[in-house]
Structures are given as C-alpha cells and as structure tokens.
Design a protein around this ligand. Structure first.
Ligand code: SF4
Length: 505
C-alpha cells in the first residue's frame, strides 16, 4: 500500500493454512511495503529448525492481552471468518468485552478505503472518558495488503493509538503474539516516561521491585513477593499489564524476570530502560535457590540478604517436596511457554520426564532450565510440531501425557491418561509451595484413573476409526478406496495444468 493508503497489490488466497498459503501472503505483504515489519517479527520469533507449530490463530494472544486491560479498546481488521473465530474464542475465555471490527470487501481493500474506515473507527472510539488506549490489530489479509497502521495518529485527545500487525504467516504462536502486544505497549509507555512525568500506578510498592513477565496464575505473584521480601524486594505490576499506568511501574523495576521466556520484544524495552533481565523462575527447591540468587545479584542485594531469602524459602519447600513425590513417567507438550518450568518441577518431585516439547522458540531466558533438564536426560524440543509431540508420546507411552488438545485426543485413543496443558496445568499455581502441592495433586488424580482409559479403549473397540468411524451409523461405513484414487488423479491433473499454464504465461 502506498503512503496515501492505496493498495498496490492485494493477496490472492491459494494453498495451505487458514491464511491461504504462507508463501503467497508473505510475498504479498513484502510487495505491499511490510518487509521491515516482517523482518522484525522473523528476528524476534525465529522459526527454525522446526517451523510453525499447529495452534490457534496467533492473533488471539494479542487480543487477549488487550481485552484483559482496563480502559483499552480493541479493534480487529481482518476477514470476517477470522474475526468470528477470535471473538468467539475470547468470549469462550470469559472476556465479556466488546471487540471492535472494521469490515472490508475486495473493493474497500483494493481502493484503500479500509485504512480510511479504520482511521474513522479509531477517531470514533478514542474518547478519553472511556479509554486510555485504542489498539488496532491487522490480521492476515490487511497485513498482506499493506494496510498502514503506522500512519494512524499516535494519540487522539490524549488516548493512545497503537496499531500492530499480527499475521498468522509472521507470528508463529499465540504466545508470541502476546509479546507483540505487550512489547508495543511497553515501547509507547517507555517513550512517554522518557519525555516527562507519568501517572502513578494505583498501588505502588515502597520497595525496589521485580517485574514478572508472563501471564501467571493469580496466586503466584503474591507467593513470589513473599519469597523476595527478605531481600527487601517487592513485585511490580505484572506484564502483560492490567492497566496502562501499570506499564510505567513495570518498567520502573530493579530487575525484569522473564519467567515466560518468549517475551523478546518486551525484554528489549526493559533493556532499553536499563533494567537487568533474569530468566527461569522459582520452581521446586533447586529452581527457587538459583532464581533467588540470580535476582538478588541482579538487584545488587547483599549476599546476607540473598542467603536469608533462600533460608526462609528453601527449608519449607524441601519439606513439602519430600511429602509430594511423583513416581510416574510423564511427557510434557504445550504452547504456553512455561513447559520447561513445569518439567523442572515434575523432575524435582521425582517424575521421569523423557520429553518436553514447546511450541515456543529457544531464547536466552530458558537456557538455565534447558541446561538443568538436559543434564537430567530430558530431550527438549523447541518449536515442536504436533507430529514430534505425538511421536514422543507413542515412543515413551508415559503414565501421563500433558499436552495440547489433539495430543490429548490421540493419547485417549491409545488408552494413555492425558490432560490439557493449558486448561489444567497453566490454570494452577506453579511456584513455591502451592506449585508443588498442586502439581503433585494433578498427577496423582490423573494417573490413578489409568484403568478408566483402557476400559474406554475396549468399550469403543470395533466402532471403526478415521474414514470408517461408525458412530451414528447402523454399521461401519463402507470404504471406497477407488474414490480416493480418482480424486487424487483429478487433483494431480489440475495441478499439472496450472503449472503448464504458468510456464506458458
Ligand atoms: S488471522 Fe488468524 S484465523 Fe485469520 S487467516 Fe490469519 S491465522 Fe488464520
């Protein structure tokens, strides 16, 4: 799209994926002037060596972060089907908030009217009595078409305006899309703070603070605050923030703790603000000892204070750990970014964890966890695909598989007890004593029901599977392999004709 908002090329949807073919969309976006943005995303969220994992629409991560913030309006610009899915998912997760939508058709997209419509929507929405901030998210098609959100005004009547591109062909996971959003907000807030006085947070710690990066279970930050107290440290408002003014307090920390290690853009803002960044998190006894030590050193706390914090936390943790042993073999797969921390806690509790797959990339902030786990024989797969997670589960046949929805379905088909990482593990405490107790409780409950799964397999034995699934029929549906061969030949002929045509043109 040119500077005046006119589309110079519109993408044509062909091929694989819900965004209509990654390569096509990437080419279109580059041709439309989005190369710099795409290069930035590729640098922050590297794909290789395992390419894009299979999870929900990445933009959900950005949308969710915004919908959880007070006085923040979210507006989506994208295809109606994408917006339907995203709003459905956000309300499924209890957003109870309006999501703005600027629709388009081929004409408004190609003629540049979509950008005008977005600008009008932003002007209508940006009322200081209602909002601190209005965020517009370009989904796949407007990004590929070059809709220039960077041309929107930066503020209207004091309401901040932020435009971000979150295309499925550029941001690999919804986890990293949270960082796209949080990083953009933090950058804006940092620039404001550098220009002059900014609003105070509603509650401000009198202590030097540690800013926890990542969406944590609500009981975790107060638990962490109690661990930090002997070092004279408190916790800053968390990132992603719940309110705009909390962003200033988050930046004003003594140390940024990248508990979730994939917040690359956000970490960059902390570094720009001169804050040291520490990875990993206070899981189990060894994890907590190392984390307190690193945080204390980064905050220039005395060795005596660090020792006091460790002494207060580690004894009780060791006692609880001893009373909550896990004697199971467990595989861990997920796309939340906390998979390595979960695996660490499991191993400390006595579990055998042969495999951890995470959809997130390797970053410096998970190095300590990776090294600790690898030293204990755990295979870690960054950017894990569903196929890799499945293969590991089939190979190991664990007592319990923690995983994503399709993995859990497959495990159940095989009679392997399995639970959802997102709904079951991420929705519980992970750190300190509550983390140990909760993890041991989940594992004990789920592994106890192992024979239920084999009963389920035998109950459904003979109903057929795949194309021959018999549910809802009088008998098993008949297989028609000849149809498949016929359709395959038709597809090949069509592809060949298209290839010949493009060579001739
Ligand atoms: S915006 Fe999300 S749902 Fe829509 S095409 Fe892109 S990745 Fe798919």
């Amino acid at each position: 799209m040119s500077m005046d908002g006119q589309i110079t090329s519109a993408p044509t949807a062909t091929g694989d994926g819900c965004h209509g073919g990654r390569a096509t969309m990437l080419d279109a976006a580059r041709a439309a002037g989005k190369s710099e943005m795409l290069d930035g995303l590729a640098k922050d969220y590297p794909k290789g060596p395992h390419d894009q994992p299979q999870s929900m629409c990445p933009a959900f991560g950005s949308l969710r972060v915004g919908l959880r913030m007070r006085r923040t309006a979210m507006i989506l610009s994208g295809s109606a089907c994408c917006v339907y899915g995203l709003t459905f998912t956000s309300h499924f997760y209890g957003a109870k908030r309006t999501v703005g939508y600027v629709p388009f058709n081929s004409e408004s997209l190609v003629r540049g009217q979509l950008y005008e419509d977005i600008r009008n929507a932003v002007h209508e929405t940006a009322k200081p009595e209602d909002y601190d901030c209005v965020v517009v998210i370009n989904l796949c098609v407007p990004t590929a078409s070059g809709v220039p959100l960077d041309l929107l005004p930066k503020a209207i009547d004091g309401v901040r305006i932020i435009g971000i591109d979150v295309p499925g062909f550029g941001v690999p996971t919804h986890a990293e899309a949270k960082d796209v959003m949080a990083g953009a907000m933090l950058r804006y807030a940092r620039n404001e703070a550098e220009r002059g006085p900014v609003q105070r947070p509603r509650t401000q710690s009198e202590l030097s603070t540690v800013s926890l990066i990542g969406e944590l279970f609500p009981a975790d930050p107060p638990g962490i605050a109690a661990m930090l107290a002997p070092m004279g440290l408190g916790v800053a408002p968390q990132l992603p923030a719940r309110e705009w003014r909390d962003l200033y307090a988050a930046l004003d920390c003594s140390v940024a703790a990248a508990v979730h290690p994939f917040y690359t853009a956000s970490v960059r803002e902390y570094v720009a603000a001169g804050r040291p960044v520490v990875g990993s998190g206070p899981v189990g006894v060894e994890g907590t000892a190392a984390w307190l030590e690193n945080i204390g050193k980064a905050a220039n706390v005395s060795a005596a204070q660090i020792d006091a914090a460790k002494a207060r936390a580690l004894g009780p943790l060791a006692g609880v750990l001893a009373g909550h042993r896990i004697n199971s073999t467990i595989t861990v797969s997920g796309y939340e970014g906390s998979e390595l921390l979960v695996a660490r806690l499991l191993v400390e509790c006595g579990a055998t964890v042969p495999y951890v797959g995470t959809a997130c990339p390797r970053t410096p902030w998970s190095d300590a966890d990776r090294e600790w786990l690898e030293a204990r024989g755990v295979h870690i797969q960054y950017r894990a695909s569903l196929e890799q997670d499945m293969a590991a589960m089939k190979d190991v046949r664990p007592d319990l598989a923690l995983g994503t929805t399709p993995l859990v379905q497959k495990a159940k088909e095989m009679g392997i007890p399995a639970i959802y990482f997102t709904n079951m593990v991420s929705a519980r405490p992970l750190f300190g004593i509550p983390g140990i107790a909760s993890m041991a409780g989940i594992i004990a409950t789920q592994t106890k029901g192992a024979d239920r799964f084999s009963k389920m397999v035998s109950f459904f034995d003979g109903v057929g599977s795949g194309d021959n699934t018999g549910y809802g029929w009088q008998g098993k549906p008949e297989a028609h392999p000849d149809y498949r061969v016929k359709n395959q030949k038709l597809r090949l002929a069509k592809a060949k004709a298209a290839a010949n045509q493009s060579m001739g043109s």
